[in-house]
Design a protein around this ligand. Structure first.
Ligand SMILES: Nc1ncnc2c1ncn2[C@@H]1O[C@H](COP(=O)(O)OP(=O)(O)OP(=O)(O)O)[C@@H](O)[C@H]1O
Length: 251
């Protein structure tokens, strides 16, 4: 089994993580480390434990055993909301945007709350927020759709909107479950560029099945199988790993 290398720059450290459902281990003694600024892709056959792993990072599922540390914080001690506030943003497989609100309003509701916006600071902060929305809307290719109702966007555009909402939230670690599902080839290319640009300043964990897309974004790939770490390395390394070939083609 590949050894986990713990760098001084890791933003997320997962150690011996296990969760059982009805006695079956969906994630089994998994350890992995994500560096700051890393774009890590997780692949693996159906039921390998990929989604469950993200569920444990964002606090939706509590581990039976093991630890998840994010920027030095033990995430088991935080609620789902506190984990979001700490900087972990999750995008699920199906886009969850407010369909009846415009793109602009979807961005506005994602602005982190709890910041004082009183007195003379009010207008400055307000301007800051609208500048930030404009910048992020352009980044996720939606600057010309700010007034469009989210329900009228294409499936791919909804995925981009959701990624934009995570950026507005100030997430520093983005967890994306199949972000290009249902996208056209052109939208996939744009998304690959977008994720690479985001990784210049933030860290990402992306679950993906589409190997062409994986090749276009991944520097390091983690392969899960039956809840365990099967292989880790570059796309070329994992694709030539006998254990990976066995799992995908064998039996
Ligand atoms: N809440 C739950 N209760 C019971 N079993 C669960 C639960 N969540 C996941 N599982 C089981 O855990 C295993 C891992 O599932 P998971 O969805 O994490 O796999 P995955 O790698 O994301 O698969 P896919 O590629 O199909 O989405 C599966 O056997 C699944 O049936």
């Amino acid at each position: 089994m590949a050894e986990v290398r713990r760098g001084p720059d890791s933003i997320l450290s997962i150690e011996n993580l296990t969760v059982s459902f009805d006695g079956v281990k969906a994630v089994d003694n998994l350890s992995l480390d994500i560096e700051t600024g890393e774009l890590r892709v997780i692949i693996g056959p159906n039921g390998a434990g990929k989604t469950t792993l993200l569920d444990m990072i964002c606090g939706k599922t509590k581990p039976t055993q093991g630890q998840v540390r994010f920027m030095g914080k033990d995430l088991a001690k935080l609620t789902e909301h506190e984990i979001v506030r700490a900087g972990v943003g999750r995008k699920f497989q199906t886009p969850s945007v407010y369909e009846d609100l415009s793109v602009l309003e979807n961005f506005e509701v994602s602005i982190p709350r709890g910041r004082d916006v009183f007195g003379s600071l009010f207008f400055r902060r307000d301007k800051e927020a609208s500048d930030r929305i404009a910048e992020i809307a352009a980044q996720v290719f939606l600057d010309r759709h700010l007034q469009t109702k989210a329900g009228q966007l294409s499936h791919g555009q909804k995925q981009w909107l959701e990624i934009g909402m995570l950026l507005i939230q100030d997430a520093v670690l983005l967890l994306l479950d199949e972000p290009v599902a249902g996208m056209s080839p052109r939208e996939r290319e744009q998304t690959a560029d977008l994720l690479k640009r985001i990784a210049l300043r933030k860290s990402l964990i992306v679950i993906e099945h589409d190997m062409d897309f994986v090749k276009s974004i991944a520097r390091k790939v983690t392969v899960l199988h039956q809840g365990r770490l099967l292989s880790e390395g570059t796309v070329a390394q994992v694709q030539s790993d006998e254990r990976v070939i066995d799992v995908y083609l064998g039996h």
